[in-house]
Design a protein around this ligand. Structure first.
Ligand SMILES: NC(=O)CC[C@H](N)C(=O)O
Length: 382
């Protein structure tokens, strides 16, 4: 007889998937997405942009390289849970310090294994990212009707401001150094480090390391910081980080703060949520996508050079390119669906991208954007 299921995933439309639970017991409501990356499950789970989302990995071998603190993009896993094809096996990797399942249990994150992730991914593509409840009970007792009702009643990510929840509480100086693989590109030896203020809306650590690798010294400020607080650090450039939730829901604090910064005329670089909020501050609109982009193999075309970059992506909202005001140029587009992936101001060093150039996990094709930010600060010095 097959083992009794110890986890279950209920979609708001009433579809239910059963499997074997791992990680922490409990129940969570979230948006369900799928990620097609073949590596980097730990970086994905600890990317703060995944707050209030459950990740279905389309790649079946999850857990086989274990976990190591060095790969955390934030203190704790931020994704609410994961769905995998096969139960995680014992890790086999020299860097591993813990098993994924134990690590998730310690950090209160739920996993379900043994799910037909192909069928589930097709459901996500057809329905758009569904609202779901994921439950793990070692005794296998589930109130399915209550779970479906909870998924149905959940407000979802539209209008939800999560950036302030995952942001740091206090400002701090990033002193964990540069990204080692990126260090070869560093401009630091020629230049006195460029003073950068990074606004933390849920920043991934490898972005901060990449800024340092390209010659910056970074002070991180909380999402609630005002333009005056930013300027008090006398930055040569400002970085707007990635983060979770609806960019338009940050309209009470981040968007007006960025407008204020724009009036002060300085180099600004934004990634993902930072890109979306910069676009809002410039007068554009953002929209919710159907099931978003989550993977490490997304082709993006640099409209200005014609070059194609393979990128790492994680977003469920997008900038509506039709809404870009005069003076704001679309610089990058997704080759999957033509959606906007980058903008710049025509006459100022203010630019941002939807994808993740810091390449953790994923390809390194877009690292040149950090160089572009450094170059714009150097030009101002000159
Ligand atoms: N990675 C991100 O910064 C994601 C931005 C935003 N929360 C979105 O889903 O589109």
């Amino acid at each position: 007889m097959a083992a009794k299921p110890t986890a279950c995933l209920a979609l708001a439309d009433g579809t239910v998937f059963y499997g074997m639970g791992f990680g922490a017991p409990g129940e969570v409501v979230a948006e369900l997405v799928f990620n097609t990356a073949m590596t980097g499950y730990q970086e994905i789970m600890t990317d703060p942009s995944y707050a209030s989302q459950i990740v279905t990995f389309t790649f079946p071998h999850i857990g086989n390289t274990g976990v190591t603190a060095e790969d955390d993009e934030a203190q704790d896993p931020v994704a609410s849970g994961i769905v995998v094809r096969w139960d995680p096996t014992e890790p086999s990797n020299w860097r591993s310090t813990s098993e994924l399942t134990d690590w998730m249990a310690r950090r209160g994150r739920i996993g379900i294994g043994g799910v037909d992730t192909r069928r589930l991914t097709r459901a996500i593509r057809q329905q758009g990212a569904p609202h779901v409840v994921l439950a793990h009970d070692p005794d296998g007792n589930f109130d399915i009707e209550a779970m479906i009702a909870r998924a149905r009643d959940w407000q979802g990510l539209v209008g939800l401001d999560l950036a302030k929840d995952v942001s740091c509480a206090q400002s701090y100086r990033w002193d964990e150094g540069a990204w080692q693989w990126g260090a070869g590109f560093s401009t630091a030896p020629q230049d006195k480090p460029f003073k950068v203020v990074a606004l933390d809306y849920g920043a991934k650590r490898n972005i901060l390391r990449s800024l340092v690798a390209y010659g910056a010294e970074v002070t991180v400020l909380p999402a609630s910081a005002t333009a005056e607080e930013v300027m008090a650090h006398e930055p040569e450039g400002v970085f707007l980080s990635n983060g979770p939730g609806d960019p338009a829901a940050t309209g009470a604090y981040a968007v007006p703060m960025i407008k204020d910064l724009l009036a002060r005329d300085m180099p600004i670089f934004g990634i993902c949520l930072g890109h979306q909020m910069l676009a809002l501050a410039l007068g554009a609109r953002t929209v919710k996508m159907s099931h978003g982009h989550h993977g490490a193999n997304h082709p993006v075309r640099d409209v200005e050079t014609g070059k194609v970059e393979i990128t790492s992506m994680n977003h469920g909202f997008a900038v509506d390119s039709q809404s870009l005001p005069r003076g704001v140029i679309e610089t990058h587009v997704s080759l999957f669906d033509g959606s906007n992936c980058g903008i710049r101001m025509a006459d100022r060093p203010v630019f941002s991208v939807q994808h993740h150039p810091e390449a953790a996990p994923g390809p390194q094709d877009s690292l040149y954007l950090f160089q572009r930010f450094t170059d714009s600060m150097r030009a101002r010095r000159g």
